[in-house]
Design a protein around this ligand. Structure first.
Ligand code: DOR
Ligand code: ZN
Length: 423
């Protein structure tokens, strides 16, 4: 089948160009000022932009085990609505994805029901308990793209060193959720003025920074590739900068929420501002934006973490950590950072496309002849209101509920097939 996208600005090499794009079967076959061929399907982009499909290397699809929060069908529909065409599923499911059968389950469900490509991240330790190394070798042969105990953090440095050594044998990147449990304690939000004023217990930035410092040293000793999930403090960024300056294979990601919100958002006890790591102070947020601009940060990742209303509608201390992120990621960052000129549009797009692809060696991320037609068409002049009714994720735990932001995803295509279309 041939599809032609007309009346669009196409994102090519960091710039928007008024061109037309033809897809034949699964692939992009022509990009030209005017395409004269007849197509089976014409998409009138009506002045919108065509970007490479977004890639999210950090998502919680909750399937198997917590499918009341999300499952592979709803999670990937939500991702497609956000403009994503590829997401990586974190292993903190029930059972934990720590063996080949669990990896294959996710791959199979994604093949049957997935609106986006799903790549699997295997657990770093068995059951993610931080006690014993997982079966990385078999999981790698089954196609995992990284190992992680995300949501949890290996506390024992000796075991962490073994994990890193073992992973390096198979050239699997190790993704860490850096959190020292003793320092984090029962903290609910960032420790600082807001924790003092609200009486909510604090999580010191040191809990994150200490583990990053430790794991950079351990990874260097093991010769392993280390990726730091959801980095959130200025000092943590300095540690990554020093590691990179020394030429170590260390990468990091930042979430949309750590780029646009601070712990001030927790003042009204909204449990949709509760996540790990916690929202930090303004100077940390600004350091994250600066590091994104400077290219120190390797990509943006959502940490899409669905939780049901009955779990979030509780006392702050009892609500689980995490917020959904697929459907708001591009819009919030476009609205709050690109429109305000804090970052360039190309910085936002590259950090959602070719840069995350590079971190985990994933396919896609660029619009070019011969590439799979994984695309998202976004109208930057339209707007979107996020309501409980129109969110496609099963869970509605977002701090941006009922807010209207600039931009709207019009279509998402995976291998040339429309996986999301705005009504
Ligand atoms: O806030 C979070 N929620 N942070 C994590 O690292 C895990 C996630 C979850 O799985 O709910
Ligand atoms: Zn995490």
């Amino acid at each position: 089948m041939k599809t032609i996208i007309r009346n669009a600005s196409i994102y090519l090499d960091g710039k928007l160009e008024k061109k037309e794009l033809m897809i034949d079967g699964k692939r992009i076959v022509q990009i030209a000022n005017k395409i004269f061929d007849e197509a089976d399907q014409n998409i009138d982009a009506a002045g919108a932009c065509v970007f490479p499909g977004f890639i999210d290397i950090h998502a919680h699809l909750r399937d198997p085990g917590h499918t009341y929060k999300e499952d592979i069908r709803s999670g990937t529909q939500s991702a497609a609505k956000g403009g994503f065409t590829l997401v990586c599923a974190m292993p903190n499911t029930d059972p934990v994805t720590d063996n080949i059968a669990s990896v294959e389950y996710i791959q199979l469900r994604a093949k049957e029901h997935g609106s986006v490509r799903v790549y699997v991240i295997g657990a770093l330790t068995k059951h993610s308990l931080g006690e014993e190394i997982s079966e990385m070798a078999t999981m790698k042969s089954g196609g995992i793209v990284a190992v992680s105990d995300d949501g949890k953090c290996v506390q024992n440095a000796r075991l962490m060193l073994s994990c890193l050594r073992y992973a390096s044998n198979f050239d699997i990147p190790v993704i860490i959720h850096p959190e020292d449990y003793a320092l984090a304690g029962k903290g609910q939000i960032n420790s600082g003025k807001v924790s003092t004023r609200t009486g909510l217990s604090g999580i010191t930035p040191l809990a994150e920074e200490l583990v990053i410092a430790r794991d950079i040293m351990l990874a260097e000793s093991a010769g392993a590739r280390l990726h730091i999930a959801h980095i959130s403090t200025a000092r943590a960024l300095q540690l990554v900068q020093q590691a990179k300056e020394r030429g170590l294979p260390v990468t990091c990601e930042v979430t949309p929420h750590h780029l646009v919100l601070t712990d001030e958002a927790c003042m009204n006890f909204d449990t949709n501002t509760k996540m790990k790591p916690p929202l930090r102070c303004e100077s940390d947020r600004l350091a994250c934006v600066q590091a994104l601009r400077d290219g120190l940060i390797d990509c943006i990742a959502t940490d899409h973490a669905p939780h049901a209303d009955f779990e979030k509608e509780r006392e702050f201390d009892h609500a689980p950590f995490g917020i959904i992120g697929f459907e708001t990621a591009f819009g919030i960052l476009y609205d709050r950072l690109v429109k305000t000129k804090a970052i360039e549009l190309s910085t936002l797009v590259d950090n959602l496309t070719k840069k995350p692809a590079r971190v985990l060696n994933l396919p896609g991320g660029e619009i070019k002849i011969g590439a799979k037609a994984d695309l998202t068409i976004i109208d930057l002049n339209a707007s979107t209101t996020y309501t409980k009714e129109n969110i496609l994720s099963k869970s509605k735990n977002t701090p941006w509920l009922d807010q209207t932001i600039a931009s709207k995803v019009m279509y998402t295509l995976k291998s040339g097939i429309i996986t999301y279309k705005d009504k």
